[in-house]
Write a protein that binds this ligand. Structure first.
Ligand code: SF4
Ligand code: SF4
Ligand code: FES
Length: 280
């Protein structure tokens, strides 16, 4: 995958001395200073804007106000403003976050708030990046393949504990903040060899599904680069849905790879006992 243009251009602006925030124009409000990355996709720079910050505002509100007041051509992607569509991902003060779920009162008021696009994906314009690589990755993962129904009426029987185990993974909103923060993609640009934490979550949801019979373990090792993950847990820390990506998805998948390819006893047993249908 093409490296995002001009890494250097993404560097956080030089630290500036703290400045007193301009006084509030009405009680409960203040003038907020923002440094927003402006780019046509081939380079760019931070530009400074000010707008009124009032009680209860989130960063996306401030961006919308700036669009309305002083930068009508400022591009940002959003849909729900409720933390559910996963489209307003950005880096706020250097941290991968959803703009619609980041409250202004959680950010320092005495320094400018920086807003820039995710770094792991190619820039398109301003805060918008091309995340289509993620959708191509998803197509490479073997889809759900249920075993035959357990009963003549076409229904299955499952243990509640097995159902509960994968439920966490289904909360993913595909914001790709975990992909953005992962150093394997962000710094080492291994997009061709590594599918990233979001898709280990997806693979885990399928692999651990109590009805699934497809085997993705070989692909995880050979095609999807799970060995590159060194379990730093950065992905887990930024997930707005609080999915325990590393402990509950990646580590169990790594264990399956070890069992399958590196444990001689398990390999021998598998010769006589292949993966049972619906193995959780
Ligand atoms: S735990 Fe693994 S997948 Fe998650 S950010 Fe770290 S290296 Fe990337
Ligand atoms: S796992 Fe979490 S951080 Fe990653 S895409 Fe899904 S919701 Fe976003
Ligand atoms: S606008 Fe939908 S998650 Fe932020």
């Amino acid at each position: 995958m093409a490296k995002p243009a001009a890494d250097k251009a993404y560097s956080t602006p030089d630290a500036e001395p703290a400045r007193p925030s301009p006084g509030p124009s009405t009680p409960g409000t203040r003038r907020g200073v923002f440094k927003i990355w402006r780019s046509d996709g081939t380079g760019g720079e931070f530009k400074e804007y000010t707008t009124t910050v009032s009680e209860g505002m989130v960063v996306l509100d401030a961006v919308h106000q700036i669009q309305a007041e002083s930068a009508p051509d400022l591009a940002c992607r959003w849909n729900c403003k409720a933390g559910k569509c996963g489209s307003c991902s950005a880096e706020i003060n250097g941290q991968p976050k959803l703009m619609c779920m980041t409250r202004m009162d959680q950010l320092p008021a005495d320094t400018p708030t920086t807003i820039e696009p995710m770094r792991a994906f190619p820039p398109i314009k301003d805060l918008v990046t091309d995340v289509s690589w993620n959708f191509r990755v998803k197509k490479r993962i073997a889809p759900f393949k249920p075993r035959k129904p357990d009963a003549p009426d076409g229904t299955w029987r499952m243990q509640q504990a097995d159902v509960d185990r994968v439920q966490e993974f289904r909360k993913c909103i595909e914001c790709f903040l975990c992909q953005d923060v992962c150093h394997v993609l962000r710094d080492h640009h291994k997009h061709e060899e590594f599918i990233g934490p979001r898709f280990y979550v997806h693979a885990a949801a399928l692999e651990m599904h109590p009805l699934d019979t497809a085997d993705r373990v070989s692909d995880l090792k050979n095609e999807f680069g799970i060995g590159y993950c060194n379990i730093t847990k950065c992905c887990t820390k930024v997930c707005p849905e609080h999915i325990t990506i590393t402990d509950n998805a990646i580590i169990p998948l790594k264990e399956r790879v070890v069992d399958e390819f590196f444990d001689p006893l398990t390999r021998l047993l598998r010769v006589f006992r292949p993966k049972p249908a619906g193995r959780p």
